[in-house]
Design a protein around this ligand. Structure first.
Ligand code: ADP
Ligand code: MG
Length: 226
C-alpha cells in the first residue's frame, strides 16, 4: 500500500525534515508513526498525500509513483485516500451532513447519492445520518467524527490521519482511536501520526518511531516495548 525508499525532504530554508526514510506498509495494516514534536511526522504524511514533494528517494502509494505524478494522477490518488487532520478543517457555513456530502460530490457523485453516502458515513462513526448542526455547534470530538466521516465517504483504501486527537480530551480521543480501529478491521489501511501514548497502549499496532527526520529501528522499538 505504501512503499518508501530512502525518502528525504529538505525545505527551501535548508531544514531537513526527512532523512532517508524507508518502510513498507501492506494493505490492511494499522500503523502508527510517533516521535517528538518536530521529528517529521507531518512532513512524512504531507509527502504521502501529495501535498509536498520529497527532495529525493522513492514513494509509491497505492501503486502510484509520487515522483512522477502529474495533477491528474494526484487527483486520482486523493480520491483513494481519506485524510484527517488535527484541526477538523470542516467548512463552518455548511452543516455536518453537507460537509461530508461535499467530499462525495467533489469525487463525482450526484448530489442525492452524495447525501446518501454522507448519511452512511456519519452513521459509521456513530453520528445521526442526518446531522443539521454546523461545525461550530458541535463539540471538538463530534467535529473530528464528522471529519472522519468525510474521510470515509468515498471508501478510501488508505486513511492518513495526522494527530487526529490533538485537540481532544482522553475520552473523545479514545472514541476516535476505536473508530479508526473499526475502519481498519473492515479492511482499510490506516497510517496515523500521533504522539499520544494512549494510542500506543490501546491499539498495540506496528509503530514507526521518528527522530529528527529519521526512522528509528523498528525492531529495537519492538523489543524495548516488550
Ligand atoms: P512533527 O509533525 O513530527 O511535529 P513536522 O513534520 O511538522 O514535525 O516538522 C518536521 C521539521 O520540519 C520541523 O523541524 C519543522 O520545523 C520543519 N518544517 C516543517 N514545515 C516546514 C516548512 N514549511 N519550512 C521549513 N521547515 C519546516
Ligand atoms: Mg505534526
Amino acid at each position: 500500500m505504501i512503499r518508501l525508499y530512502k525518502l528525504s525532504k529538505q525545505y527551501p530554508s535548508g531544514h531537513r525534515a526527512l532523512e532517508q526514510v524507508s518502510f513498507h506498509i501492506r494493505p490492511g495494516e494499522f500503523v502508527i508513526v510517533t516521535g517528538p514534536s518536530g521529528s517529521g511526522k507531518s512532513a512524512l504524511l504531507k509527502v504521502l498525500f501529495g501535498n509536498e514533494q520529497a527532495s529525493s528517494g522513492r514513494a509509491v502509494v497505492n501503486g502510484r509513483n509520487l515522483e512522477r505524478m502529474d495533477r491528474r494522477t494526484l487527483a486520482g490518488l486523493r480520491r483513494e485516500l481519506g485524510l484527517v487532520f488535527e484541526d477538523s478543517k470542516l467548512i463552518d457555513r455548511l452543516d455536518a451532513t453537507d460537509n461530508v456530502a461535499l467530499a462525495a460530490e467533489v469525487a463525482g457523485h450526484a448530489p442525492t447519492s452524495a447525501r446518501d453516502r454522507a448519511g452512511e458515513a456519519l452513521a459509521r462513526v456513530g453520528l445521526p445520518a442526518s446531522l443539521a448542526a454546523r461545525p461550530g455547534q458541535l463539540s471538538a470530538g463530534e467535529r473530528q467524527k464528522v471529519a472522519l466521516a468525510r474521510a470515509l465517504v468515498n471508501d478510501p483504501v488508505l486513511v492518513l490521519a495526522d494527530e487526529p486527537t490533538g485537540g481532544l480530551d482522553p475520552d473523545a480521543s479514545l472514541e476516535i482511536f476505536e473508530l479508526l480501529r473499526e475502519v481498519n478491521s473492515e479492511g482499510t489501511t490506516v497510517l496515523m501520526a500521533t504522539h499520544d501514548p494512549d494510542a500506543l497502549s490501546l491499539l498495540h499496532c506496528r509503530t514507526l518511531l521518528m527522530y529528527q527526520g529519521r526512522l528509528a529501528e523498528e525492531e529495537a522499538l519492538r523489543r524495548a516495548s516488550l
